[in-house]
Design a protein around this ligand. Structure first.
Ligand SMILES: [Ca+2]
Ligand SMILES: [Ca+2]
Ligand SMILES: [Ca+2]
Length: 298
């Protein structure tokens, strides 16, 4: 018999294994921890002014969603441009909630100077300790809304004033600011611009990904096993080790990373039983297909 003759029994066996498994719980993508969309009256505790620039105001219409979509506006003439928030939504321990990303929409009005926006995080303890986004987002004065993302990862932030570690900061943010800054620095610089901001979102760090997550749903589970089984020896849809083939070595990656919950969790006993069953099914595949699998797994 050749490999093709053995492939069908293998796939049937794995289909039985997969069908017997419990469905894995859904795992969400990077979760929103807080978002300010300025639907409510007021500025949602966004303020400013202490640094010389204008105070932010809520505009009731003209946000990214168009008519009726309220947003926050900060306008300044030859002065600093910044807005900050010291409410509980934007301070405290970012580490405790695994905050990893800030996303927002920004619009720079025609006639403004181009803006280079950075996050400024203050803390712990006082506003004397300050960190900037190492890289700025340029907001062109084109009058269009653009979506931006800032990482809160250590490699994306630079301390510009005070002392302390990144961990100190992430455990005790006392003020959260968005500011025009051509280079990372403790204070802003003068600029003339009218900036709109909306959908300012604090989100959790993106969950780890796995090469054995063949359908990209952030869970390595029996669905992925089924994809691997269907692709076995045929396509690269079940390729976890990047060699372009779906083979035994890819099953071993799945086996190591297969969980009933989020990627990275400890496998439960049932998944080990399933893995053993599937491995047993593999053992019945001789000939060149099996040889290739063993070679790849070595
Ligand atoms: Ca809005
Ligand atoms: Ca998956
Ligand atoms: Ca492979």
């Amino acid at each position: 018999m050749n490999a093709t003759n053995f492939r069908a029994p293998l796939r049937r066996a794995l289909a039985v294994v997969a069908a017997a498994a419990l469905a894995a719980p859904a795992v969400s993508t990077a979760a929103t921890l807080h978002v300010d969309d300025f639907t409510a009256a007021g500025t949602s505790s966004w303020t400013g002014g202490a640094f010389g620039g204008g105070l932010p105001t809520r505009q009731s219409s003209g946000g990214p969603g168009g008519a009726g979509d309220a947003y926050l506006q900060v306008a300044t003439t030859v002065n600093h441009l910044a807005t900050y928030n010291s409410s509980s939504a934007w301070t405290g321990s970012f580490a405790a909630v695994d905050a990893g990303v800030v996303r927002l929409d920004m619009r720079n009005a025609p006639g403004s100077d181009p803006l280079q926006m950075r996050l400024v995080l203050f803390g712990p303890g006082s506003t004397n300790v300050r960190w900037n986004s190492t890289a700025a987002h340029t907001v062109p004065a084109d009058g269009d809304w653009h979506n931006y993302e800032f990482s809160l990862a250590e490699e994306s932030l630079t301390r510009v004033a005070g002392v302390g570690t990144y961990a100190d900061l992430m455990n005790g943010v006392v003020r959260f600011m968005l500011r025009h800054n051509p280079t990372p620095s403790a204070t802003g610089v003068n600029v003339t611009a009218t900036l709109g901001l909306d959908n300012i979102e604090l989100a959790a760090a993106a969950p780890p990904t796995s090469p054995a997550d063949f359908n990209g749903d952030l869970t390595v589970d029996d669905v992925d096993l089924g994809i691997w089984a269907a692709a076995y020896g045929l396509t690269d849809a079940g390729d976890a080790n990047g060699d372009g083939a779906s083979a035994g070595a890819d099953f071993l990656v799945w086996q190591q990373q297969r969980v009933f919950g989020a990627i990275g969790a400890v496998p439960e006993p049932q998944s080990l039983v399933l893995a053993a069953l599937a491995a047993t099914a593999l053992a019945f595949v001789p000939s060149r297909t099996a040889t290739r699998s063993v070679t790849a797994a070595a």
